[in-house]
Design a protein around this ligand. Structure first.
Ligand code: BG6
Length: 305
């Protein structure tokens, strides 16, 4: 897998104290951005946000200590980009889980900063390799803007001659102190399909708590979610635009043990609340059309904390 030289990236896109490129594990290029609002790191491999730390806070995103930074493997933590399908491919389960965007090298297209915002834009376009998995021409842009919140926008443009349909997710992993003390608000009244039991049509009556493996797809949900981390006295707000599906995932004990790139106990310190468009909310674009999926992440300590 070819990546540009980080010295070249720095001379073209870097800005001292604000935007810097470095070679991470196995030489995978990482862009670090920082300003008075916080800091964030993004990997060109996968177009993957690795970390986000608002000023004065502990890290917001979870990254497994066992994560692999190796071409061909998705990175366990941060914000994997699931695209152009979410989960297993609907008809060809041997194709990469959650699509291919998270296991391909993206290009750094632009960086910019103002007094209030530092941002970068990465691009992924179709290639012979992607045509082997998905027969369409596309132009994908990931914009990451560090402001008083972290804005992550995934824009899909159909550069093909035919319409295409895709599903997608910004599969964000959040750090919590202790999962038993966490509730997720904002999904009350929504219905979900339960991927653990393979059943549909469940009503979410109360805020979500995790006491076992949770893998739920809530369709037709456009409101923000609040991860209430009572252990840390912190609330993480996951707001979104262009997303009609929310996915909540925690692998719990047995599945954690089955995942080679995830520690056996790490399920106690994370939860995924994913900004998505899955099955019933799949997106169809005509040639030349674009669609943007956006997640806006912020953290607040509770007044009494
Ligand atoms: C979630 C899915 O979004 O991602 C789960 O709903 C899946 O079913 C999880 O296990 C992790 O997927 P992966 O491919 O990163 O291990």
């Amino acid at each position: 897998m070819d990546f540009p030289d980080t010295a070249l990236l720095n001379s073209r896109f870097g800005s001292p104290g604000k935007i810097a490129c470095r070679a991470g594990e196995n030489g995978l290029p990482i862009i670090a951005i920082a300003n008075g609002s916080g800091s964030c790191e993004i990997s060109l491999y996968g177009g993957h946000v690795l970390s986000y730390r608002p000023a004065g806070h502990l890290p917001v995103l979870f990254m497994s200590k066992a994560a692999r930074f190796e071409p061909g493997h998705p990175i366990r933590g941060g914000i994997p980009v699931c695209w152009p399908w979410f989960g297993p491919h609907p008809t060809a389960p041997a194709l990469p889980m959650h699509g291919f965007a998270r296991i391909l090298p993206w290009s750094l297209a632009a960086t910019d900063y103002t007094s209030r915002s530092t941002e970068i834009r990465l691009v992924l376009t179709d290639s012979e390799q992607t045509h082997a998995w998905w027969p369409h021409r596309f132009h994908l842009t990931l914009r990451v803007a560090l402001e008083n919140a972290l804005k992550v926008e995934l824009t899909t443009r159909n550069s093909d001659k035919e319409p295409f349909t895709f599903t997608e997710a910004l599969h964000s992993y959040f750090t919590v102190r202790q999962i038993m003390d966490v509730t997720v608000r904002g999904l009350e009244g929504a219905t979900y399909s339960d991927k653990v039991t393979g059943t549909d049509g469940h009503l979410q009556e109360t805020p979500v708590v995790v006491r076992q493996e949770v893998d739920r797809v809530y369709e037709n949900t456009e409101t923000e979610c609040v991860i209430d981390d009572a252990g840390l006295g912190r609330q993480i707000v996951v707001a979104k635009q262009g997303s009609r599906t929310t996915v909540v995932w925690n692998p719990w004990i047995a599945k954690s043990k089955r995942m080679p790139d995830f520690g056996d106990e790490e399920y106690t310190r994370m939860i995924c609340v994913e900004t998505a468009n899955d099955t019933g909310n799949a997106v169809t674009l005509d040639p030349g059309e674009s669609h943007t999926l956006a997640a806006v992440l912020s953290a607040d300590m509770k007044a009494e904390a």
